[in-house]
Ligand binder design. Structure first.
Ligand code: BTN
Length: 222
């Protein structure tokens, strides 16, 4: 199905939409009813039972390359706001309602393209997650049309340029700054106060030894 310049393919079950989309053309998107090997950031699994939204969009690269994960959060925020659910964001890309995760983003560079994967808890159960989580059905009390939300997101994707004031929009939804944080990176844990987010997406953490820019990691409020 064509939505503007984006070609959307809807499938039943896949391993991971991000992995499948790696071979697709720029300006195409893949929506799956369920994922058998849904992937989260930092090699985590993304629980992907039927009823959730599992969407990957194949897009041209941006500068800086990290911009897409912040841009995608702005897109998801707008789509959920249209459905009456206001979200906030926690660095780098957790989308939260009342500090519970409702959506996540996995943005991956593959040669000359970027695969932006978006997972949203819509009608699926979230009780068994290893972190506090919620879903659209919990927030609105009604079943939502997953494919309809995906179509709307693809319109918003084409409406919000991945440039300009994306970081400003992201910061205005962020609840990260000013919080005591503990960021688990691939090389260790950085603890301190989040004092800002740079335009290249790095989180600035004020530690006992000064302000450290952190480019990747899992952030928890402490
Ligand atoms: C995270 O918060 O860790 C990111 C979760 C991203 C999940 C989405 S669902 C669609 C796409 N396909 C995947 O395998 N992962 C992303």
């Amino acid at each position: 199905m064509r939505i503007g310049r984006m070609d959307l393919r809807v499938v039943g079950s896949v391993g991971s939409t991000n992995s499948e989309a790696a071979d697709m053309d720029v300006w195409s998107a893949l929506l799956a009813r369920e994922q058998l090997e849904g992937r989260g950031r930092l090699d985590h699994l993304w629980d992907s039972q039927p009823g959730g939204l599992y969407l990957s969009c194949v897009l041209p690269p941006t500068d800086p390359p990290t911009l897409y994960q912040f841009w995608a959060a702005v897109v998801v925020k707008r789509a959920l706001s249209d459905l009456g659910v206001e979200v906030s964001v926690r660095w780098p890309n957790d989308i939260l309602v009342d500090d519970m995760k409702i959506a996540g983003i996995l943005s991956e560079h593959k040669g000359d393209r970027v695969i932006v994967g978006i997972g949203i808890n819509v009608n699926n159960h979230v009780e068994d997650r290893p972190f506090p989580a919620t879903s659209l059905i919990e927030r609105t009390g009604k079943v939502s049309d997953v494919e309809g939300i995906a179509r709307r997101m693809i319109e918003i994707v084409q409406d919000v340029p991945p440039a300009g004031d994306v970081m400003e929009k992201w910061r205005s939804a962020s609840i990260t700054e000013g919080k005591r944080v503990s960021v688990t990176t691939l090389t260790g844990v950085i603890s301190g106060t989040a004092v800002g987010i740079r335009d290249d997406g790095a989180l600035l953490v004020e530690t006992e030894s000064g302000v450290e820019p952190v480019t990747e990691g899992e952030c928890r409020f402490t």
